[in-house]
Design a protein around this ligand. Structure first.
Ligand code: ADP
Ligand code: MG
Length: 252
């Protein structure tokens, strides 16, 4: 069946679309449906994982769970942190603080930091006036110091990406890194398009680990162009908003 819808809410469905591409699979952190067995397996495998609602947005309900070197279990939700010496009480407590929804558990990426705060990257990809996919913006999002999510609507601070990675890379390497992110964004757009021809815009949340490998944390199908208005340079914002309006968004 060909679907003409323009958006897709389920993070599980979107992950499956990415995994169908051999090239993209390598950029997707292992993701499973959340239950006690899967969470324990993933904690044993990765040490740190993210637990999040399948239909969540703006970082709501996102939990980071860790198995520490000393064997204790710690989870963080919002600004709250709880520690347990064994798994079962931790899982029970976690289940209570979850909203009554289906959750995913995903390998946690040890994100790069800016002034001791984690950050990730949003890459905006839109169909342009020639009906071609184009990267219209990219931006870094720095988390609040006490939070484990970077979302703008969850106390995150958007900043020029160049500024955030200048502590890690020289300007030439920065440019080639940004080029790689753009190529990744375009590939993801093509992959989504092949399953959902109605899609016109995507916003990819990309986490970069300490080895500088980009990971696709999430693909948004109704991405917010207004985050780019937080940059002094309005070039990306103007284009992203214009194309979003061309696609019928934000029109009165
Ligand atoms: N696997 C992960 N590793 C590291 N950080 C993550 C991971 N999953 C989510 N996050 C953090 O939480 C934020 C929100 O998660 P996301 O999957 O994008 O859901 P939402 O729809 O709420 O934005 C991300 O932007 C990122 O900062
Ligand atoms: Mg997101």
């Amino acid at each position: 069946m060909v679907r003409r819808s323009r958006t897709l809410g389920s993070k599980w469905q979107k992950t499956k679309i990415l995994l169908r591409s051999k090239k993209l699979r390598a950029f997707v952190p292992e993701t499973r449906i959340m239950n006690s067995g899967n969470l324990l397996t993933m904690l044993n495998k990765y040490g740190m994982v993210y637990v999040k609602p399948v239909h969540g947005t703006i970082g709501q309900g996102v939990i980071r769970v860790e198995r520490t070197g000393s064997g204790t279990f710690v989870y963080k939700l919002g600004k709250m942190q709880r520690t347990f010496t064994t798994y079962t009480p931790m899982y029970q407590s976690l289940s209570k603080s979850k909203l009554n929804r289906v959750y995913l558990v995903q390998k946690g990426i040890h994100l790069l930091k800016y002034q001791k705060r984690i950050f990730d990257i949003r890459v905006m990809v839109q169909k342009n006036s020639h009906d071609k996919w184009e990267v219209t913006g990219y931006i870094g999002r720095v988390a609040h110091p006490k939070k484990i999510v970077t979302n703008f609507h969850n106390s995150g601070k958007p900043k020029p990406l160049e500024q955030l990675i200048s502590a890690y890379l020289n300007p030439t390497s920065t440019q080639s890194f940004i080029k790689k992110l753009k190529t990744l964004g375009l590939r993801i757009a093509e992959q989504f398009q092949s399953y959902h021809p109605g899609f016109k815009e995507i916003g990819v949340d990309i986490g970069v680990d300490t080895k500088f490998k980009p990971w696709v944390i999430e693909v948004n199908t109704a991405p917010d162009p207004f985050i780019f208005n937080e940059l002094k340079n309005k070039q990306m914002f103007r284009k992203a908003l214009r194309l979003a309006r061309n696609h019928g968004r934000f029109t009165k």
